[in-house]
Design a protein around this ligand. Structure first.
Ligand SMILES: CNc1ncnc2c1ncn2[C@@H]1O[C@H](COP(=O)(O)O)[C@@H](O)[C@H]1O
Ligand SMILES: [Zn+2]
Length: 345
């Protein structure tokens, strides 16, 4: 792939990455060994089997995979170290800005509040180790969980948004789209929005026109996946300047899109709807943001210039501060200039 080097070294922006879905196999093995002393052949085999998606795999099957990673991150040290490893591996892939999202969980080792604090502390510690990446945090509501849990998550998000405004920047609604009902979460999401948190919703990941309509009417800053958006929905997103977070490999491996060439990213670009390229769960789906750009360029004919433009769009639609944005634009322009091209602005 002649432009792999160009795409790999391009300073990139990741706006849709779930923490526990982003731990890749190598990192799982490191975590297993360091935290649980596990280096056994069966542990290695378990990690490898996690990312095997037979053709025809369905979305529900994918959700079972997360439980394995959730076990690995169910201790304070496991969660802290996993956060560090995920940030490291995005930095290694030349991601300069990462909006990490995660669903606060409570178990025998930690409360939801402690879960958030541990991830936040790991993000701060990572600043010392990986100075070339800026990391923000969104808290996720899992639509398969009770509304009371969503309410607790919003309360935590608002509290940490107040105390750590340069890290906690938004809320995500995710979880198995075949479970729960969007309507049940609107008051919690409304409270989050009223409190200043930007919202990104997993929307139209499966074909549910009624719910998609409810979500578009409710409002969001960004749309996750948007796989089953109608032409009217796409026009609505374009007219309201709401970008779709496109996760190519995720959609193929979960079976929500049949092939890369059929991916709706192309339709969205033809309709001039704003789009950003994301990984979703680069661990579980065994990919990286560089690889997603390679897929976009190989299967959808995306030129290098269009890849830079996608990055500029990601900067524009990020929940970053103005200072972060100008720093990111500077990085991309410096990179582009270094390639003897004119600045892309
Ligand atoms: C594949 N498409 C998807 N659609 C919807 N929700 C998804 C997802 N991929 C991941 N998640 C959500 O993110 C959680 C894992 O990260 P955290 O434990 O939060 O860090 C999953 O349990 C699921 O709720
Ligand atoms: Zn997602």
């Amino acid at each position: 792939m002649e432009n792999f080097k160009f795409l790999n070294n391009l300073p990139k922006v990741e706006l849709h990455a779930h923490l526990n879905g982003s731990l890749n196999i190598a990192a799982m093995l490191e975590l297993g060994e360091k935290v649980y002393g596990k280096k056994s052949a069966e542990f290695t085999d378990l990690c490898e089997r996690l990312t095997k998606f037979e053709p025809g795999c369905i979305l529900d099957e994918c959700f079972k995979r997360f439980a394995f990673v959730h076990d690995l991150t169910s201790t304070k040290e496991g969660l802290r170290y996993a956060t560090e490893l995920v940030i490291r591996d995005f930095a290694v892939d030349h991601v300069m800005y990462l909006e990490l999202r995660t669903t606060p969980k409570s178990n025998k080792n930690m409360t939801r509040r402690e879960y958030v604090q541990i991830v936040l502390d790991a993000i701060k510690e990572a600043r010392q180790k990986f100075s070339n990446i800026r990391v923000k945090l969104l808290l996720s509501i899992n639509r398969a969980e009770p509304v009371a849990v969503a309410d607790e998550t919003v309360t935590l998000a608002l509290e940490f948004f107040k105390s750590e405004p340069d890290i906690v920047v938004g809320m995500d609604l995710s979880g198995n789209p075949n479970k729960g009902e969007f309507k049940a979460f609107t008051s919690a999401l409304h409270r989050a929005g009223e409190g200043g948190l930007r919202l990104t919703l997993h929307c139209a990941e499966v074909n549910n026109p009624k719910e998609t309509k409810e979500m578009l009417e409710f409002g969001m800053s960004r749309c996750g996946h948007g796989t089953h958006l109608s032409a009217e929905d796409i026009a609505y997103l374009r007219n309201h300047d709401i970008p779709v977070e496109c996760c190519l490999t995720s959609n193929i491996k979960t079976g929500t899109v049949s092939s890369f060439v059929d991916h709706h990213l192309k339709r969205l670009m033809e309709a001039e709807a704003p789009t950003v390229l994301c990984t979703d769960d680069c661990g579980i789906f065994d990919t990286t943001l560089t690889k997603e750009f390679c897929v976009a360029s190989q299967s959808l004919g995306m030129t290098d210039h269009q890849c830079i433009d996608l990055t500029m769009q990601a900067i524009k639609y990020s929940f970053a501060t103005e200072a972060d944005r100008s720093w990111m634009i500077q990085q991309v322009n410096k990179y582009a200039k270094g390639l003897e091209n004119t600045a892309f602005l």
